[in-house]
Design a protein around this ligand. Structure first.
Ligand code: ADP
Length: 446
C-alpha cells in the first residue's frame, strides 16, 4: 500500500488517532487529523499538535476536508456512519479503520479476540499462554497499545494477539485473523447500533477473510454465535460450558476433551463465564502454536484482572467484590450467577440503552437489596424496583455505606453497574477505585 505523498485524513484523535497519524507521517503521507473536540479538551494529545507535518482540524467537521482526502482512517471511537464519512464514501473515497491499515503492514500471524464480554480477560490470558510457550508476543489492539503502534515499531514479535471491538471490525476490509475467537454476543452498545442484528453482523466480520486453513474458536452455548457460525469458512471449534464445572469441545483436533478438562482443573477464577474464557484462550493458543505446558502454566498463574469480579476484602463476614467493568446486563448476569450467597448489588451509571428488566429472574434469586446510583437510577428502579428493596445513593461512598448496612455476615456486596461510568467518572477503572476507597473507609469507620 502506497502512503507517500498521499493526502490522508485521520478522524478521531485520542491514543489510536495519535498513533495512526505518527505511522502515516513516518511513511511520508500528508496527514490531517480531524476531531470534534475543542483545543482545550485535548491536552493529553498535545505533543501531536506540535508535531511538524500534521494539520489539526478541531471543532465541527468540515466536509471539504473529508472530500479532499485520498484515504480516510477512522479511529474506533468515531462511528463510521457519521455524515461526512458517509458522504466521502459515496464519492468513492476509501474509508478504513486503524486495524485494517495496520494489518496491511503486518506479516506475523494474527490471533484476534472479540465478543460482548470477556475480551480483555481472554486476550490477556491468551497472550500469557503464548509467552509461556516461549514465543515472542505482541498483545494489544483494543487494550494497551494500538495495533498501528506495533506496525510502526521496530521491535517485532513472532505472533500478534489483539482484542478487537465491534467498532474496529466495522472498518476492516482485508484484515485476516489466522485464529479468531468469538466469545459471546449479547445486547450492548444499543446507543451506537440500530439493533442486535446490526451489532451481530459487526462481530461476525472477524471471520470475514478467514481461509480454510485458519481457525475459528466459537462459543457453542451462545445461540447467536451458533447461528452466525454457519457462514464461517475456516475450521470451527466450539466450546460449550456445561452445567457441572467444565467445558465441552466440539472438535478434538486441537486438544482432546480429557486434556482440556485437565487444563481447566488448574484454573482458579470464579464463574462459568471465566471457564469459557479459559477454554477459548486455551484453544486459540494451541491453534496458534502454543504448547500444552505453556497453556497450563499461564492458566495456573492467572489471577484475573482488576475491576472484573475482583475480590476486594471482607469486613465483618461481608465480602466486597468490584465488578466495575460490568457495563452491560449480561456481565451483571454472569456476576450474579457466580455466587450462591445473598448479594447486595450496587448498580447504575450512564445508561447505554440496557434492558435492566432482563435481569429480573436473577435479581430475584440472588440479591437481597439494590442500591442504585447515577443517571440510570430511576430507570433501574422502574424496571426492577418491584422485586427487591431499592435504595438510592448520590455518591459511591453513600452507596457502599448503605450496602454494608443492608448486608449480614456471609453476604456479598457487589458493584456490578450494568452501565457506563461517564456520568460520574472518567472511566470504569476510576469508578472501581472509588468503590475500593469507599470500602476501605468502612473498614476504618468500623
Ligand atoms: P471486555 O473486554 O469484553 O469488556 P472483560 O474481560 O474486561 O471483557 O470483562 C468485562 C466484564 O464482563 C466483567 O464484568 C467480567 O466479569 C465480565 N465477563 C468476563 N468474561 C465474560 C464472559 N465470558 N461472559 C460474560 N461476562 C463476562
Amino acid at each position: 500500500m502506497k502512503l507517500k505523498n498521499k493526502n490522508i485524513l485521520v478522524v478521531g484523535l485520542a491514543v489510536t488517532g495519535v498513533a495512526t497519524a505518527r505511522f502515516l507521517i513516518n511513511r511520508g503521507a500528508s496527514v490531517t487529523v480531524a476531531d470534534q473536540k475543542k483545543e482545550q479538551e485535548i491536552d493529553s494529545e498535545e505533543p501531536l499538535i506540535r508535531e511538524p507535518g500534521i494539520r489539526m482540524e478541531l471543532g465541527p467537521h468540515r466536509i471539504e476536508t473529508f472530500e479532499r482526502a485520498d484515504l480516510i482512517v477512522v479511529s474506533p471511537g468515531v462511528p463510521h456512519t457519521i455524515s461526512p464519512i458517509r458522504r466521502a464514501k459515496e464519492q468513492g473515497i476509501p474509508v478504513i479503520g486503524e486495524i485494517e491499515l495496520a494489518s496491511r503492514f503486518i506479516t506475523e500471524p494474527i490471533v484476534a479476540v472479540t465478543g460482548t464480554n470477556g475480551k480483555t480477560t481472554t486476550t490477556t490470558l491468551l497472550g500469557k499462554m503464548l509467552e509461556d510457550s516461549g514465543l515472542k508476543v505482541f498483545v494489544g489492539g483494543n487494550i494497551g497499545k494500538p495495533l498501528i503502534a506495533y506496525a510502526d515499531g521496530e521491535e517485532k514479535a513472532e505472533i500478534v494477539v489483539i482484542e478487537v471491538s465491534s467498532f474496529q471490525l466495522d472498518t476492516i476490509d482485508t484484515f485476516r485473523a489466522n485464529v479468531a475467537v468469538l466469545l459471546n454476543i449479547t445486547e450492548d452498545h444499543m446507543d451506537r447500533y440500530p439493533d442486535l442484528d446490526a451489532y451481530t453482523k459487526s462481530k461476525a466480520r472477524i471471520f470475514k477473510n478467514q481461509q480454510y486453513n485458519d481457525t475459528a474458536v466459537l462459543n457453542g452455548s451462545d445461540p447467536v454465535v451458533r447461528f452466525l457460525s454457519r457462514d464461517i469458512l475456516s475450521r470451527k471449534v466450539f466450546f460449550s460450558s456445561k452445567e457441572e464445572k467444565g467445558v465441552a469441545i466440539s472438535d478434538e483436533s486441537i486438544i482432546s476433551q480429557e486434556n482440556m478438562s485437565r487444563l481447566l482443573a488448574d484454573f482458579k477464577l470464579p464463574g462459568k463465564h471465566n471457564m469459557e474464557n479459559a477454554a477459548a484462550a486455551s484453544l486459540a493458543a494451541l491453534a496458534a502454536g502454543g504448547t500444552f505446558e505453556g497453556v497450563r502454566t499461564a492458566l495456573r498463574k492467572f489471577k484475573g484482572l482488576s475491576h472484573r469480579l475482583e475480590y476486594i476484602e471482607t469486613l465483618n463476614g461481608v465480602d466486597f467484590f468490584d465488578d466495575s467493568k460490568a457495563t452491560n446486563v449480561d456481565s451483571v448476569a454472569k456476576a450474579l450467577e457466580t455466587f450462591e450467597r445473598p448479594i447486595v448489588l450496587i448498580m447504575g451509571g450512564r445508561n447505554k440503552g440496557s434492558k435492566f428488566h432482563t435481569l429480573r429472574d436473577l435479581i430475584d434469586r440472588h440479591t437481597k437489596e439494590l442500591i442504585v446510583i447515577g443517571e440510570a437510577k430511576e430507570n433501574i428502579k422502574a424496571e426492577l424496583g418491584d422485586i427487591k428493596p431499592v435504595e438510592t445513593a448520590t455518591t459511591m461512598e453513600e452507596a457502599v455505606f448503605k450496602a454494608y448496612n443492608a448486608a449480614k455476615p456471609g453476604d456479598i456486596v457487589l458493584l456490578s453497574p450494568a452501565c457506563a461510568s461517564f456520568d460520574m467518572y472518567n472511566s470504569y477503572a476510576q469508578r472501581g477505585e472509588d468503590f475500593c476507597r469507599a470500602v476501605a473507609k468502612q473498614r476504618i469507620d468500623d
